[in-house]
Design a protein around this ligand. Sequence first.
Ligand SMILES: C[S@@+](CC[C@H](N)C(=O)[O-])C[C@H]1O[C@@H](n2cnc3c(N)ncnc32)[C@H](O)[C@@H]1O
Length: 322
Amino acid sequence: MSTSERYRRFAQVEALGRSPAYERLGLGIAGDPEVLALVERLPEPKRQPNLVLGVARHLGAPTGSYRSFRGWILDHWAAVERTARVRSTQTNEAGRAAVLLPVLAMLHGPLTLVEVGASAGLCLYPDRFSYRYAGRPDLDPVDGPSPVLLTCTTTGTPPLPTALPTVVHRVGIDLAPLDVDSDDDLAWLDSLVWPEHHERRERLRAAAAIARRDRPQLVHGDLTAALPDVVRQAPPDTTVVVFHSAVLNYVDDAARAAFEQTVRELPCHWISNEGPRVLPGITGRLPIPSEQVGGRFVVALDGQPLALAGAHGQSLDWLGRP
Ligand SMILES: C[S@@+](CC[C@H](N)C(=O)[O-])C[C@H]1O[C@@H](n2cnc3c(N)ncnc32)[C@H](O)[C@@H]1O
């Protein structure tokens, strides 16, 4: 796919109806040979619209009109290029805890949580968030409502718990973990949230405040290479749960297969929350054709698909065990 097609597709498929600003900027870049030529100076994986637009906003680009954005990016391209080469898309969406919670609640605690591709580790606190599943009783931590309030629509009959799980140990693994104590890392996470998504931005800040008070252990490393040691070092008498969301799309097929083999051989449960093309073995076990998954993720426990989830945890369509 050409860079122009990539930006047009981003505007017309991914941003459509979700971000008027990104729709406008994506279409503008797609039809602008001068800006496209700059974007093509970046290595292929760094030409991602989400990365380039996130970097531009991080550095202060205006998003009100394509004309003002274009003027800015032509003037500031050197800084955009420098930052895009060192940063990557590490969007950390605590809202995804709402689609992982019912699966975590199926397991006997206390739990050790190991998140691979954890970014800043904000999904490692499912026991510290408040949940509002449409039409279901409020679900809060034992010490009262959390500043992180996750709302989620449901269909089917997800096994929603009446109490949050007990988590005694939390570890994240990432190639480049982000630090909740670093203003620059937090500003970068903020820039990765799309312009109009103010609620997600507030959630990011509230989840980061929780993580700052009780910092997660973050291991610098590859999701497969670093995993066995982390699982082996889990406290005894805990159920180890390895999970990941929106991560395996960043690695190739061979790395996905190596990860799956490794996680299946370790003494742990495995929860995956990924797009339908990422783990075809799991998607192939869905009781519906994969074309019907749409933009949702497939949530699976130990390789068995259980639900389809909104990409940011906003919806959970429970399939049940086939
Ligand atoms: C889009 S973020 C998702 C973060 C988090 N899982 C969430 O749902 O909010 C993907 C993360 O995966 C990490 N990542 C990508 N490839 C990786 C690998 N081979 N090993 C470890 N982490 C990786 C990236 O650095 C990034 O922080």
